[in-house]
Design a protein around this ligand. Structure first.
Ligand SMILES: [Zn+2]
Length: 212
């Protein structure tokens, strides 16, 4: 099923956020729109907007730094690597959705990136409580691996991997946070309602046989 409407609130700044996890929504940056499969990260400017919309780049300083890379060849290189990584991550996620696990090669690749771009944190007090906060101060485009690879590791090693799912009727992936764990669609607005309407129209026509 194709995604027809851009009017629904799952779109932020031209990107889909339906997955409950930004790293899964990275996979959703290549949805099937009216004109077929569409690359939503065609250039560095789009990447910058996605990083901010997804919350991967959140602090004012980090946003300013990333905005300064629009013309940087290193940023274009990073984008190319990220797109290739996105497709390998998609393969790993599809394997998990099918009850299997990611390949050893992919885990080795993620491990290598985790070692190169380790999570840096700080401790400080807020309202008398000690909290641990991730530090992300990118100095060069390759540093953008830090939040990407951190989220990837959380996704692959996280509990409830059975809740990572692909929409039953389109290419989008999501993490099911519903109480029952019975979510089937990327979103009610995009696929759910269309399927319900289609089922209703089939019932109205009386051709129950084809729905069973
Ligand atoms: Zn869908």
């Amino acid at each position: 099923m194709r995604i027809a409407s851009r009017e629904v609130n799952e779109w932020i700044d031209g990107f889909l956020f339906v997955a409950n996890k930004p790293i899964l929504d990275l996979l959703n940056t290549k949805p099937v729109l009216e004109n077929g499969p569409t690359e939503l990260l065609p250039d560095v400017r789009a990447l910058e907007r996605w990083l901010i919309a997804s919350g991967m780049v959140a602090s004012r300083t980090a946003k300013d730094t990333v905005r300064g890379w629009r013309q940087a060849p290193e940023a274009a290189t990073f984008l190319g690597q990220l797109i290739a990584f996105r497709e390998r991550l998609r393969e790993a996620v599809v394997r998990m959705e099918n009850g299997s696990s990611p390949t050893d090669a992919f885990l080795a690749e993620v491990t290598s990136l985790l070692l190169q771009y380790p999570r840096r944190t700080s401790l400080h007090k807020r309202d008398g409580k000690v909290i641990q906060e991730t530090l992300f101060e990118p100095r060069q485009p390759a540093d953008l691996w830090a939040p990407i690879i951190d989220a990837t590791a959380d996704l692959l090693a996280g509990a409830q991997s059975s809740r990572i799912r692909k929409c039953e009727s389109c290419v989008l992936h999501f993490f099911d946070t519903s109480k029952k764990g019975s979510r089937r669609w990327c979103s009610m607005n995009i696929c759910g309602n269309k399927l319900k309407v289609a089922a209703y129209q089939r019932r109205k026509r009386g051709d129950h046989a084809t729905t069973k």
